[in-house]
Design a protein around this ligand. Structure first.
Ligand code: NDP
Length: 245
């Protein structure tokens, strides 16, 4: 097959549900070699077995992206098993929305640790290998919340603005070797709203998510970025439900 995705080695963080899982399913169907990561190993194991039954090459490793050593070990496993790393999808994230006045400072820290530091650890873990290869592709999950600030979402928006800055900084520094793609979805039906503990924020999110689209819409956008020829870098994709404001 001359499918550009066939045989590509792709690491996906947050592969245990939502966008990460949908992307794994799409890429497996296109012949990619997958390295799946998240904390819930039961989910990763089940997904891996599912994809293997369809003939895909898939491995998984329990990984907490807030732990730099675990992210390094994940990249090392990918390299040891498949010999290279073509794509890293920094997808793990959480969204415990609440107004600043609610002072959910622990949740702020958790968002910074997963949504920002997790992405930075991912970049650090794959960059030397991609430089050695003179090729690679980093895809970061930002959000519409990385382009526009919403009341009740200040910290989440701050983390997603940071992700957008990292994507753009990497793009500018990467020269002609490494592609950098920032994906910014609007409301997509996943488990993302399940981390909201503030009752008012939960209600507001549930209303916004009434128009949410399916995870596969984002998976298709990610596939589009990966399948371009090496000299084409899709820098940014913003996608929303047609019905989202
Ligand atoms: P889900 O809650 O369904 O998935 C989030 C994933 O992140 C899970 O697989 C979870 O796995 C993983 N994760 C969370 N914390 C950690 C951690 N410490 N270490 C490793 N993995 C972790 O939500 P989505 O699929 O929607 O979210 C994926 C990304 O998309 C996030 O970055 C989110 O911000 C972004 N996004 C989502 C939108 C939406 O409307 N759904 C819109 C815009 C952006 P586990 O718990 O097993 O560790």
């Amino acid at each position: 097959t001359n499918d550009p995705i066939n045989q590509k080695v792709v690491i996906i963080t947050g592969a245990s549900s939502g966008l990460g899982e949908a992307t794994a399913r799409r890429l497996a169907g296109r012949g990619a070699k997958l390295v799946l990561a998240a904390r819930r190993d039961d989910r990763l194991k089940a997904l891996t077995e599912d994809l293997k039954a369809e003939g895909a090459e898939v491995i998984w490793q329990t990984t907490d992206v807030t732990d730099r050593k675990q992210v390094e070990a994940l990249a090392a496993l990918a390299k040891k098993t498949f010999g290279r790393i073509d794509v890293l999808i920094n997808n793990a994230g959480l969204m415990p929305l609440a107004p600043l006045d609610a002072l959910k400072v622990d949740e702020w820290e958790q968002m910074v640790d997963v949504n920002i530091k997790g992405v930075m650890y991912g970049i650090a873990a794959v960059l030397p290998t991609m430089r050695e290869q003179h090729s690679g592709h980093v895809i970061n999950l930002s959000s519409v919340a990385g382009h526009k600030v919403f009341p009740g979402a200040a910290v989440y928006c701050a983390t997603k603005y940071a992700v957008k800055a990292l994507s753009e900084g990497l793009r500018m520094e990467a020269g002609d070797e490494i592609r950098s793609t920032n994906i910014s979805p609007g409301a997509v039906a996943t488990e993302l709203t399940s981390t909201i503990t503030d009752p008012d924020a939960k209600k507001a999110a549930e209303e916004l998510y009434e128009v949410a689209i399916d995870s596969d819409a984002v998976a298709r956008a990610i596939v589009y970025a990966i399948e371009q020829p090496a000299d084409v870098d899709i820098n940014e994709i913003i996608l929303r439900p047609t019905a989202q404001e």
